[in-house]
Design a protein around this ligand. Structure first.
Ligand code: ACO
Length: 427
């Protein structure tokens, strides 16, 4: 039975349909609100506003549930590989063995990046933040691939997905090679996608490089965990930019910029810097807990809290376990992991954090694993972006296929009323 929500303004009643999702999430459909009442809604930060219907990811922040296309994140992180999950996110179903083989094969056809891109990389200072370079290079790919994709043509869309997956991984590693003064590397089509990340990053012309299989396994898991997270800041940005019918590379570039911020994906870098600072100051976790709780101190416990999760972030649970495993396998004894565990234990019983439902999020432990793998701190958010890429593509594709209108919020104007122009000599 369909539900109706009733709104009363100045004694007049208006009815709005209620939308119910597969998991019984409910929304009041206010599409006709302004045309019927003259009112708009006000919801800074979109804490209560749905922007779309989506079939891709289900997230229950109260229960700590995350599913891609109906599959639990626990199952996917434990049983699948990253490209399998990328395929699932973008095309809606887990691939068969043949489909997965073909997908990998088709991505390999697009792993060569135009050599002219190297000139753009040369122009950046070596000290530039990798996320800034990545956003610019992703946008620059538009110049080398100017033909817009026809989203309704399945074959064209498939090619665009493979092209984006292939080239993005390569340019993501350019940022590190540039910072180190190493020659830019080429994708090795004899190796797998995740293994190639390590190869692209660390293989030098002076000798062969074989990544530790435990590192590749952990990376595979981390990329899956970052695969999609419904309408978060960067994904909403990708959908918003794409809603003007800007191309896939331009939209993804905007997503990279949104992800960069420390309140979003940039938190993984900020967490490690915070843990290093605590360590450098004698490891006094209590002092930093007190700072985080002090309203007059802008310090926040990075890696804690989430707009949607008001329970444990299921990804953080998996990552915490992976951190223990990876560090043990690699024989790394990192005192920073102990500080992180101390902070977490303290926060989980502290009234400030408990009452605000602030739990560790995906970024709290991921940096510790990246650090054990030898990945520099400034690259952490780039790894997040590589993992999130299939989610961004899937959401962009869905938005275009569903023919969503251009994203254009309204506002309540609070500035001056009409006033007379003041000539220069009277100001
Ligand atoms: N440390 C200390 N206090 C916090 C923290 C934190 N990490 N996070 C939230 N709070 C407090 C706020 O000060 C606020 O307190 P108040 O009610 O007394 O004013 C309350 O908890 C609610 O916080 P908001 O900022 O209103 O919550 P919002 O949903 O807007 O923000 C966010 C969520 C941005 C993730 C926030 O928790 C935060 O800044 N966390 C640290 C950064 C971080 O780890 N970001 C990564 C998120 S995961 C991701 O994007 C991949």
């Amino acid at each position: 039975m369909s539900k109706i929500a009733t709104l009363e303004i100045d004694g007049k009643k208006y009815e709005f349909p209620v939308i119910i999702g597969t998991e019984n999430e409910v929304a009041i459909d206010i599409e006709k609100l302004r045309s019927e009442t003259g009112y708009i809604t006000m919801d800074p930060g979109y804490k209560n506003s749905g922007s779309c219907k989506s079939d891709i990811t289900f997230l229950d922040g109260e229960e700590g549930i995350l599913r891609y296309r109906g599959y639990s994140i626990e199952d996917l992180a434990g049983k699948a590989n990253f490209l399998e999950v990328a395929y699932l996110l973008v095309f809606g179903e887990l691939p068969t063995k043949d489909q997965l083989f073909q997908f990998e094969e088709d991505i390999r056809k697009h792993t060569l990046v135009n050599e002219e891109m190297k000139k753009i990389v040369e122009g950046f200072p070596r000290t530039a933040h990798p996320m800034g370079i990545l956003a610019s290079l992703t946008s620059a790919l538009t110049a080398f691939n100017p033909k817009p994709v026809n989203v309704e043509n399945e074959k064209e869309m498939y090619q665009a997905v493979c092209k984006t997956m292939g080239k993005f991984l390569v340019i993501a590693t350019y940022t590190y090679r540039k910072s180190m003064g190493y020659p830019l590397n080429y994708y090795d089509n004899t190796k797998g996608y995740v293994e190639n990340f390590m190869h692209l990053m660390f293989e030098l012309p002076t000798g062969p490089y074989t990544p530790d299989p435990a590192v590749v396994d952990a990376l595979n898991k981390l990329f899956i965990l970052h695969g999609d997270h419904e309408q978060n800041c960067s994904t909403s940005t990708v959908r918003m930019v794409g809603s003007s019918h800007a191309g896939l590379f331009a939209s993804i570039s905007a997503g990279v910029s949104a992800l960069w911020g420390p309140l979003h994906g940039g938190a993984n870098q900020a967490v490690l810097e915070m843990l290093e600072e605590i360590q450098a100051n004698g490891g006094d976790a209590d002092k930093y807990m007190a700072k985080a709780k002090d309203r007059n101190d802008p310090f926040r416990l990075m890696g804690f809290g989430h707009r949607v999760y008001k329970n444990f972030d299921p990804r953080a649970k998996i990552i915490k376990k992976a951190a223990d495993e990876v560090l043990a396998t690699l024989g790394v004894d990192d005192p920073i992991l102990q500080i992180a565990k101390k902070l977490e234990a303290a926060a989980l019983v502290d009234d400030y954090f408990v009452s605000r439902k602030l739990y560790p999020n995906v970024d709290f432990y991921s940096g510790i694993i990246y650090r054990a793998m030898g990945i520099p701190t400034e690259m952490f958010t780039v790894l997040f972006a590589i993992g999130r890429l299939p989610g961004w593509i899937a959401q962009w594709k869905e938005m275009r296929i569903n023919k969503e209108p251009i994203g254009r919020p309204r506002q309540i104007y609070t500035g001056y009323e009409l006033r007379d122009f003041k000539p220069m000599d009277q100001r």
